[in-house]
Every structure is written in C-alpha cells, then in structure tokens.
Design a protein around this ligand. Structure first.
Ligand code: HEC
Length: 122
C-alpha cells in the first residue's frame, strides 16, 4: 500500500473544499437566476402576463380576476401541482379563465419551470 504523506493530504483537502464551495455557489447562483427569469416571464405582458389577473408582490398595476398569489409554497408544497396549474388549469377547473400556458405553448416547459421557481418564493 503506498504511503501518502499527510503534508500532501492537507492541500488536497483544501483544494477539494474550495471546489465544493465553488459548485455550491454556482448552484445557488443558477437557482437565483431561474427565480429572476421566472419573475420576468410572469410580469412580462407578452409572456406570462400573470399581473393581468393576479396581485403579485413587486408587480405593478395588477388585476384581481384571480386570487392574490401569496404563500404559494405553503399552499402548494408539491412543485408538480404548480407545474400542472400553469400547464393547464382547465384540467383542474374546466371553467377557469386562466390560460393553459403549457398546452397552448404560451410558455415552454423550461419557462414554466422558471415561473414555478419564482412562485415558490412568494
Ligand atoms: C386571465 C386571467 C389569468 C391569468 C392571465 C393568469 N391567471 Fe392564474 N388564476 C386565474 C384564476 C381565475 C385562478 C383561480 C383558480 C381557477 O380559476 O381555477 C387562478 C389561479 C392560479 C393559481 C392558484 C392560486 C391559489 O391560490 O390556489 C396560481 C398559482 C396561478 N393562477 C398562477 C398564475 C401564473 C403564474 C400566471 C402567469 C403565468 C397566471 N396565473 C395567469 C386567472 C389567471
């Protein structure tokens, strides 16, 4: 068995710790950018246009056709439920006026995922 001197292990462990730290930082930066992207899509009048019907923290001139979007993470802890609501709310409520963003391809799956990331911060 080769003998590894402890003076070699210490810098290696330090380098590994730096590397892990960098990946964690990149991961949370990516999560933050998805939230920012989701907010932009939600507020964009030509995209999600969610403010036409929902009061959302930070959004201007909201309509009140739908409920205010607050405590969404507590109300829908399961991410898949939010994806389903955005994909096609008519599946849950055939009479809803909320557009089926996924089914009608108003938003891509990736865009819906970013909007859900944003909703989970509300
Ligand atoms: C034309 C109006 C309209 C638009 C635009 C709209 N919604 Fe809705 N939304 C509603 C209505 C009305 C409801 C109430 C539930 C129902 O009708 O089935 C609702 C319900 C919801 C719910 C469930 C809320 C709860 O408290 O249970 C979420 C989440 C939601 N909408 C998110 C969004 C997001 C995100 C967008 C933009 C991508 C959006 N909505 C765009 C009308 C709209």
């Amino acid at each position: 068995m080769p003998v590894i001197h402890s003076s070699l292990i210490r810098p290696a462990a330090f380098a590994l710790a730096l590397l892990i730290g960098a990946f964690v930082a990149i991961g949370s930066a990516q999560a933050q950018s998805a939230v920012d992207e989701g907010r932009k899509l939600a507020f964009d009048r030509g995209k999600g246009n969610c403010l036409t019907c929902h009061v959302i923290k930070g959004g201007e001139y909201p309509g009140t056709i739908g409920p205010e979007l607050v405590d969404i993470k507590a109300k829908y802890p399961n991410r898949a439920d939010l994806v389903a609501i955005l994909h096609d709310e008519t599946a849950r409520n055939p009479l809803t006026v909320m557009p089926p963003f996924g089914r009608n391809r108003i938003l891509t799956e990736k865009e819906i995922s970013a909007v859900v990331d944003f909703l989970q911060t509300l």
